[in-house]
Design a protein around this ligand. Sequence first.
Ligand SMILES: [Zn+2]
Length: 400
Amino acid sequence: MMDALLLGLLLAAIAIGYGLGRLQGVRRKPRHARPSAPSSTLTRDYFVGLNYLLDERPDEAINTFINVLDVNSDTVDTHIALGKLFRTRGEADRAVSIHQNLLARPALAPETNARIQLELARDFMTLGLHDRAQRLLYTLLEQQGDDALRYPAKKLLVDLLEREKEWQAALDLVLPLLKQHPNFSRPAAHWLCELAIEEIHDASRSLARRHLKKALQLDPGCVRANLLLAELAMDNGHPERAIEHLEHIPEQEPAHIATLLPYLRHAYERQDNVSGFEAHLLRLLSKTPYTSVIVALGETVHRREGVDSAIAQVGEHLKMAPSLGGLDYLADLYVESQRQNGREADSRLLLLKHHTASLLANRPRHRCQRCGFTSEALHWQCPSCRHWGTIKPITGIEGE
Ligand SMILES: [Zn+2]
Protein backbone atom coordinates (compact mmCIF):
# COMPACT_ATOMS: atom_id res chain seq x y z
CA MET A 1 0.00 0.00 0.00
CA MET A 2 2.81 2.34 1.02
CA ASP A 3 4.82 1.27 -2.06
CA ALA A 4 1.84 2.12 -4.24
CA LEU A 5 1.58 5.54 -2.57
CA LEU A 6 5.29 6.15 -2.96
CA LEU A 7 5.30 5.15 -6.61
CA GLY A 8 2.19 7.24 -7.27
CA LEU A 9 3.90 10.26 -5.72
CA LEU A 10 7.06 9.72 -7.76
CA LEU A 11 5.24 9.21 -11.04
CA ALA A 12 3.12 12.31 -10.42
CA ALA A 13 6.21 14.34 -9.49
CA ILE A 14 8.10 13.22 -12.58
CA ALA A 15 5.10 13.85 -14.82
CA ILE A 16 4.56 17.35 -13.37
CA GLY A 17 8.28 18.16 -13.54
CA TYR A 18 8.44 16.91 -17.10
CA GLY A 19 5.30 18.85 -18.04
CA LEU A 20 6.61 22.05 -16.47
CA GLY A 21 9.95 21.60 -18.14
CA ARG A 22 8.28 21.27 -21.53
CA LEU A 23 6.00 24.20 -20.89
CA GLN A 24 8.88 26.45 -19.83
CA GLY A 25 10.89 25.20 -22.80
CA VAL A 26 8.06 26.11 -25.15
CA ARG A 27 7.66 29.57 -23.58
CA ARG A 28 11.36 30.33 -23.80
CA LYS A 29 11.60 29.38 -27.49
CA PRO A 30 10.72 31.86 -30.21
CA ARG A 31 7.29 31.18 -31.74
CA HIS A 32 8.71 29.74 -34.93
CA ALA A 33 11.09 27.29 -33.14
CA ARG A 34 10.02 23.67 -32.58
CA PRO A 35 9.49 22.58 -28.96
CA SER A 36 12.49 20.83 -27.46
CA ALA A 37 12.51 17.04 -27.47
CA PRO A 38 12.20 15.37 -24.06
CA SER A 39 15.49 14.51 -22.42
CA SER A 40 16.52 11.12 -23.70
CA THR A 41 18.02 10.16 -20.31
CA LEU A 42 14.81 11.00 -18.49
CA THR A 43 12.76 9.05 -21.01
CA ARG A 44 15.06 6.04 -20.80
CA ASP A 45 15.13 6.00 -16.98
CA TYR A 46 11.42 6.58 -16.82
CA PHE A 47 10.78 3.47 -18.93
CA VAL A 48 13.39 1.44 -17.02
CA GLY A 49 11.48 2.35 -13.84
CA LEU A 50 8.17 1.41 -15.43
CA ASN A 51 9.66 -1.92 -16.48
CA TYR A 52 10.70 -2.65 -12.90
CA LEU A 53 7.22 -1.75 -11.82
CA LEU A 54 5.63 -4.12 -14.34
CA ASP A 55 8.04 -6.85 -13.19
CA GLU A 56 6.75 -6.30 -9.63
CA ARG A 57 10.13 -5.03 -8.40
CA PRO A 58 8.97 -1.88 -6.57
CA ASP A 59 12.29 -1.22 -4.76
CA GLU A 60 14.26 -1.01 -8.02
CA ALA A 61 11.47 1.07 -9.56
CA ILE A 62 11.56 3.53 -6.64
CA ASN A 63 15.38 3.85 -6.87
CA THR A 64 15.22 4.54 -10.59
CA PHE A 65 12.50 7.16 -10.22
CA ILE A 66 14.42 8.90 -7.41
CA ASN A 67 17.47 9.12 -9.69
CA VAL A 68 15.33 10.66 -12.42
CA LEU A 69 13.98 13.30 -10.07
CA ASP A 70 16.56 16.10 -9.97
CA VAL A 71 16.78 18.25 -6.87
CA ASN A 72 15.67 21.77 -7.67
CA SER A 73 13.32 24.32 -6.14
CA ASP A 74 10.34 22.64 -7.85
CA THR A 75 11.09 19.15 -6.59
CA VAL A 76 12.57 19.75 -3.14
CA ASP A 77 9.14 19.29 -1.51
CA THR A 78 8.73 15.97 -3.29
CA HIS A 79 12.11 14.82 -1.97
CA ILE A 80 11.15 15.85 1.58
CA ALA A 81 7.84 13.99 1.21
CA LEU A 82 9.71 10.94 -0.07
CA GLY A 83 12.01 10.99 2.93
CA LYS A 84 8.97 11.13 5.23
CA LEU A 85 7.38 8.21 3.42
CA PHE A 86 10.51 6.09 3.74
CA ARG A 87 10.66 6.90 7.44
CA THR A 88 7.03 6.00 8.08
CA ARG A 89 7.41 2.68 6.31
CA GLY A 90 10.38 1.78 8.48
CA GLU A 91 13.25 2.75 6.17
CA ALA A 92 14.63 5.68 8.14
CA ASP A 93 18.17 5.06 6.85
CA ARG A 94 16.97 5.79 3.30
CA ALA A 95 15.19 8.88 4.61
CA VAL A 96 18.50 10.02 6.16
CA SER A 97 20.35 9.70 2.85
CA ILE A 98 17.60 11.63 1.00
CA HIS A 99 17.59 14.43 3.59
CA GLN A 100 21.39 14.59 3.86
CA ASN A 101 21.63 14.69 0.07
CA LEU A 102 19.23 17.66 0.07
CA LEU A 103 21.21 19.50 2.75
CA ALA A 104 24.37 19.14 0.64
CA ARG A 105 22.80 21.41 -2.01
CA PRO A 106 24.30 24.89 -1.64
CA ALA A 107 21.43 26.99 -2.97
CA LEU A 108 18.70 26.07 -0.49
CA ALA A 109 16.60 28.84 1.05
CA PRO A 110 17.17 29.09 4.87
CA GLU A 111 13.55 28.03 5.63
CA THR A 112 13.88 24.98 3.38
CA ASN A 113 17.18 24.12 5.00
CA ALA A 114 15.55 24.31 8.46
CA ARG A 115 12.64 22.10 7.35
CA ILE A 116 15.05 19.46 6.07
CA GLN A 117 17.08 19.58 9.31
CA LEU A 118 13.89 18.99 11.28
CA GLU A 119 13.04 15.99 9.11
CA LEU A 120 16.59 14.67 9.48
CA ALA A 121 16.29 14.98 13.27
CA ARG A 122 13.07 12.91 13.06
CA ASP A 123 14.93 10.29 10.96
CA PHE A 124 17.74 10.08 13.56
CA MET A 125 15.17 9.76 16.32
CA THR A 126 13.42 6.91 14.49
CA LEU A 127 16.79 5.18 14.12
CA GLY A 128 17.39 5.57 17.87
CA LEU A 129 20.29 8.01 17.27
CA HIS A 130 19.04 10.34 19.99
CA ASP A 131 22.36 12.17 20.50
CA ARG A 132 22.60 13.14 16.83
CA ALA A 133 18.95 14.20 16.74
CA GLN A 134 19.44 16.26 19.91
CA ARG A 135 22.55 18.04 18.58
CA LEU A 136 20.82 18.81 15.30
CA LEU A 137 17.75 20.26 17.04
CA TYR A 138 19.79 22.44 19.39
CA THR A 139 21.72 23.77 16.37
CA LEU A 140 18.46 24.40 14.53
CA LEU A 141 17.03 26.31 17.50
CA GLU A 142 20.17 28.45 17.77
CA GLN A 143 19.68 29.63 14.20
CA GLN A 144 17.53 32.67 13.60
CA GLY A 145 14.83 31.53 11.28
CA ASP A 146 11.30 30.56 10.55
CA ASP A 147 9.22 30.92 13.75
CA ALA A 148 6.72 28.36 12.48
CA LEU A 149 9.44 25.69 12.73
CA ARG A 150 10.63 26.58 16.22
CA TYR A 151 7.62 25.07 17.99
CA PRO A 152 7.72 21.65 16.22
CA ALA A 153 11.51 21.60 16.75
CA LYS A 154 11.08 22.28 20.47
CA LYS A 155 8.29 19.70 20.72
CA LEU A 156 10.52 17.09 19.12
CA LEU A 157 13.42 18.02 21.38
CA VAL A 158 11.17 17.75 24.45
CA ASP A 159 10.14 14.27 23.30
CA LEU A 160 13.80 13.30 22.98
CA LEU A 161 14.77 14.74 26.37
CA GLU A 162 11.88 12.83 27.96
CA ARG A 163 13.03 9.57 26.40
CA GLU A 164 16.53 10.26 27.74
CA LYS A 165 15.06 11.18 31.17
CA GLU A 166 16.76 14.59 31.01
CA TRP A 167 14.01 16.20 33.07
CA GLN A 168 15.79 19.44 33.95
CA ALA A 169 16.75 20.11 30.32
CA ALA A 170 13.12 19.48 29.27
CA LEU A 171 11.93 21.93 31.93
CA ASP A 172 14.44 24.58 30.84
CA LEU A 173 13.10 24.31 27.33
CA VAL A 174 9.41 24.36 28.23
CA LEU A 175 9.07 26.79 31.16
CA PRO A 176 9.38 29.91 28.95
CA LEU A 177 6.70 28.47 26.63
CA LEU A 178 4.00 27.78 29.22
CA LYS A 179 2.06 31.02 28.76
CA GLN A 180 1.72 30.42 25.06
CA HIS A 181 1.46 26.63 25.26
CA PRO A 182 -0.27 25.67 28.55
CA ASN A 183 -0.56 22.08 27.30
CA PHE A 184 3.02 21.58 28.55
CA SER A 185 1.98 22.27 32.18
CA ARG A 186 0.97 18.71 32.96
CA PRO A 187 4.11 17.04 31.58
CA ALA A 188 6.26 19.71 33.24
CA ALA A 189 4.63 18.91 36.61
CA HIS A 190 5.49 15.22 36.11
CA TRP A 191 9.11 16.07 35.21
CA LEU A 192 9.29 17.96 38.51
CA CYS A 193 7.92 14.83 40.24
CA GLU A 194 10.66 12.79 38.52
CA LEU A 195 13.28 15.28 39.75
CA ALA A 196 11.76 15.09 43.25
CA ILE A 197 12.13 11.28 43.22
CA GLU A 198 15.79 11.68 42.25
CA GLU A 199 16.28 14.17 45.11
CA ILE A 200 14.59 11.80 47.58
CA HIS A 201 17.04 9.07 46.52
CA ASP A 202 19.89 11.54 47.05
CA ALA A 203 18.51 12.31 50.53
CA SER A 204 17.70 15.90 49.64
CA ARG A 205 14.12 16.04 50.88
CA SER A 206 13.79 19.82 51.08
CA LEU A 207 14.71 20.18 47.41
CA ALA A 208 12.30 17.36 46.58
CA ARG A 209 9.52 19.19 48.42
CA ARG A 210 10.30 22.39 46.52
CA HIS A 211 10.00 20.54 43.21
CA LEU A 212 6.65 19.06 44.25
CA LYS A 213 5.22 22.41 45.34
CA LYS A 214 6.29 23.87 42.02
CA ALA A 215 4.64 20.90 40.25
CA LEU A 216 1.35 21.76 41.96
CA GLN A 217 1.72 25.40 40.94
CA LEU A 218 2.16 24.39 37.31
CA ASP A 219 -0.61 21.79 37.39
CA PRO A 220 -2.97 22.00 40.38
CA GLY A 221 -4.46 18.67 39.27
CA CYS A 222 -1.18 16.75 39.71
CA VAL A 223 -2.23 13.80 41.89
CA ARG A 224 1.26 12.37 41.80
CA ALA A 225 2.76 15.47 43.49
CA ASN A 226 0.36 15.09 46.42
CA LEU A 227 1.11 11.37 46.73
CA LEU A 228 4.85 12.12 46.81
CA LEU A 229 4.35 14.94 49.33
CA ALA A 230 2.39 12.47 51.50
CA GLU A 231 5.25 9.94 51.22
CA LEU A 232 7.76 12.63 52.20
CA ALA A 233 5.65 13.64 55.22
CA MET A 234 5.46 9.98 56.30
CA ASP A 235 9.24 9.59 55.95
CA ASN A 236 9.65 12.68 58.11
CA GLY A 237 7.38 11.17 60.77
CA HIS A 238 4.34 13.38 60.10
CA PRO A 239 1.37 11.12 59.22
CA GLU A 240 -1.09 13.96 59.95
CA ARG A 241 0.55 16.07 57.22
CA ALA A 242 0.50 13.07 54.90
CA ILE A 243 -3.28 12.81 55.42
CA GLU A 244 -3.66 16.52 54.61
CA HIS A 245 -1.90 16.01 51.28
CA LEU A 246 -3.97 12.92 50.51
CA GLU A 247 -7.21 14.80 51.23
CA HIS A 248 -6.64 16.92 48.10
CA ILE A 249 -6.60 13.95 45.75
CA PRO A 250 -10.36 13.15 45.52
CA GLU A 251 -10.91 16.80 44.50
CA GLN A 252 -8.11 16.60 41.94
CA GLU A 253 -9.27 13.32 40.42
CA PRO A 254 -11.92 11.12 42.11
CA ALA A 255 -10.85 8.00 40.16
CA HIS A 256 -7.51 8.11 42.00
CA ILE A 257 -9.21 7.37 45.33
CA ALA A 258 -8.25 3.73 44.66
CA THR A 259 -4.61 4.88 44.31
CA LEU A 260 -4.51 6.86 47.54
CA LEU A 261 -6.14 4.23 49.82
CA PRO A 262 -2.95 2.26 50.68
CA TYR A 263 -1.18 5.54 51.57
CA LEU A 264 -4.16 6.64 53.68
CA ARG A 265 -4.31 3.32 55.55
CA HIS A 266 -0.58 3.49 56.22
CA ALA A 267 -0.83 7.05 57.61
CA TYR A 268 -3.70 6.19 59.99
CA GLU A 269 -1.98 2.97 61.07
CA ARG A 270 1.12 5.00 61.93
CA GLN A 271 -1.10 7.13 64.17
CA ASP A 272 -2.71 3.97 65.53
CA ASN A 273 -6.03 5.57 64.64
CA VAL A 274 -8.36 2.91 63.18
CA SER A 275 -11.53 4.87 63.93
CA GLY A 276 -10.04 7.90 62.14
CA PHE A 277 -9.42 5.73 59.06
CA GLU A 278 -12.98 4.41 59.21
CA ALA A 279 -14.42 7.92 59.49
CA HIS A 280 -12.26 9.03 56.57
CA LEU A 281 -13.51 6.11 54.44
CA LEU A 282 -17.13 6.99 55.29
CA ARG A 283 -16.46 10.58 54.20
CA LEU A 284 -15.06 9.32 50.89
CA LEU A 285 -18.03 6.98 50.44
CA SER A 286 -20.55 9.77 50.96
CA LYS A 287 -19.04 11.58 47.95
CA THR A 288 -18.01 8.73 45.63
CA PRO A 289 -19.03 5.15 46.51
CA TYR A 290 -16.13 3.31 44.86
CA THR A 291 -15.70 -0.43 45.35
CA SER A 292 -12.15 -0.03 46.67
CA VAL A 293 -13.46 2.20 49.50
CA ILE A 294 -16.33 -0.21 50.31
CA VAL A 295 -13.85 -3.11 50.49
CA ALA A 296 -11.37 -1.10 52.63
CA LEU A 297 -14.21 -0.21 55.02
CA GLY A 298 -15.37 -3.85 55.08
CA GLU A 299 -11.82 -4.97 56.00
CA THR A 300 -11.63 -2.45 58.86
CA VAL A 301 -15.05 -3.44 60.26
CA HIS A 302 -14.10 -7.10 59.82
CA ARG A 303 -10.97 -6.67 61.96
CA ARG A 304 -12.75 -4.60 64.61
CA GLU A 305 -16.19 -6.18 64.93
CA GLY A 306 -15.99 -9.49 63.08
CA VAL A 307 -17.18 -10.93 59.82
CA ASP A 308 -20.96 -10.59 60.33
CA SER A 309 -20.75 -6.84 60.97
CA ALA A 310 -18.59 -6.54 57.85
CA ILE A 311 -21.23 -8.44 55.82
CA ALA A 312 -23.95 -6.07 57.06
CA GLN A 313 -21.89 -2.95 56.36
CA VAL A 314 -20.65 -4.05 52.88
CA GLY A 315 -24.15 -5.31 51.92
CA GLU A 316 -25.66 -1.90 52.74
CA HIS A 317 -23.09 0.02 50.69
CA LEU A 318 -23.33 -2.36 47.74
CA LYS A 319 -27.07 -1.67 47.53
CA MET A 320 -26.19 1.90 46.60
CA ALA A 321 -23.15 1.12 44.46
CA PRO A 322 -23.30 -2.48 43.16
CA SER A 323 -20.14 -3.83 41.55
CA LEU A 324 -18.58 -7.11 40.57
CA GLY A 325 -15.57 -6.56 42.85
CA GLY A 326 -17.89 -5.75 45.77
CA LEU A 327 -19.96 -8.88 45.13
CA ASP A 328 -16.78 -10.97 45.00
CA TYR A 329 -15.65 -9.54 48.35
CA LEU A 330 -19.10 -10.13 49.87
CA ALA A 331 -18.98 -13.78 48.71
CA ASP A 332 -15.58 -14.10 50.48
CA LEU A 333 -17.11 -12.76 53.68
CA TYR A 334 -20.06 -15.19 53.50
CA VAL A 335 -17.69 -18.16 52.96
CA GLU A 336 -15.64 -17.09 55.97
CA SER A 337 -18.74 -16.56 58.10
CA GLN A 338 -19.92 -20.11 57.37
CA ARG A 339 -16.50 -21.52 58.19
CA GLN A 340 -16.33 -19.57 61.46
CA ASN A 341 -19.70 -21.05 62.39
CA GLY A 342 -18.19 -24.53 61.97
CA ARG A 343 -19.96 -25.29 58.70
CA GLU A 344 -18.64 -26.29 55.30
CA ALA A 345 -19.07 -23.45 52.82
CA ASP A 346 -22.26 -23.80 50.79
CA SER A 347 -21.48 -25.30 47.35
CA ARG A 348 -23.81 -22.76 45.64
CA LEU A 349 -21.96 -19.94 47.35
CA LEU A 350 -18.61 -21.39 46.24
CA LEU A 351 -19.95 -21.61 42.68
CA LEU A 352 -21.00 -17.95 42.84
CA LYS A 353 -17.55 -17.03 44.19
CA HIS A 354 -15.93 -19.05 41.39
CA HIS A 355 -17.91 -17.10 38.78
CA THR A 356 -17.17 -13.66 40.23
CA ALA A 357 -13.48 -14.54 40.59
CA SER A 358 -13.21 -15.77 36.99
CA LEU A 359 -15.03 -12.68 35.70
CA LEU A 360 -12.54 -10.51 37.57
CA ALA A 361 -9.46 -12.55 36.62
CA ASN A 362 -7.06 -10.87 34.20
CA ARG A 363 -9.07 -7.68 34.21
CA PRO A 364 -6.78 -4.67 33.93
CA ARG A 365 -6.96 -2.23 36.82
CA HIS A 366 -5.92 0.87 34.94
CA ARG A 367 -6.79 2.44 31.61
CA CYS A 368 -5.43 5.39 29.62
CA GLN A 369 -8.21 7.90 29.07
CA ARG A 370 -6.59 9.01 25.86
CA CYS A 371 -5.62 5.87 23.93
CA GLY A 372 -7.36 3.07 25.87
CA PHE A 373 -4.09 1.31 26.87
CA THR A 374 -4.76 -0.95 29.86
CA SER A 375 -2.41 -2.30 32.50
CA GLU A 376 -2.31 -3.86 35.92
CA ALA A 377 0.16 -1.29 37.26
CA LEU A 378 -0.34 2.47 37.35
CA HIS A 379 1.97 4.25 34.89
CA TRP A 380 2.21 8.01 35.21
CA GLN A 381 3.26 8.24 31.57
CA CYS A 382 1.25 6.08 29.19
CA PRO A 383 3.66 3.57 27.57
CA SER A 384 1.49 3.60 24.46
CA CYS A 385 0.56 7.24 23.69
CA ARG A 386 3.28 8.76 25.95
CA HIS A 387 0.87 11.26 27.52
CA TRP A 388 1.32 12.06 31.20
CA GLY A 389 -1.35 11.55 33.86
CA THR A 390 -3.89 10.00 31.48
CA ILE A 391 -3.86 6.51 33.05
CA LYS A 392 -6.40 6.14 35.84
CA PRO A 393 -7.91 3.31 37.88
CA ILE A 394 -10.90 1.75 36.13
CA THR A 395 -14.03 2.44 38.14
CA GLY A 396 -17.67 1.43 37.82
CA ILE A 397 -19.51 -1.92 37.97
CA GLU A 398 -16.56 -3.96 36.66
CA GLY A 399 -13.84 -1.61 37.88
CA GLU A 400 -11.39 -1.45 40.74
ZN1 LIG B 1 -2.32 6.35 26.33
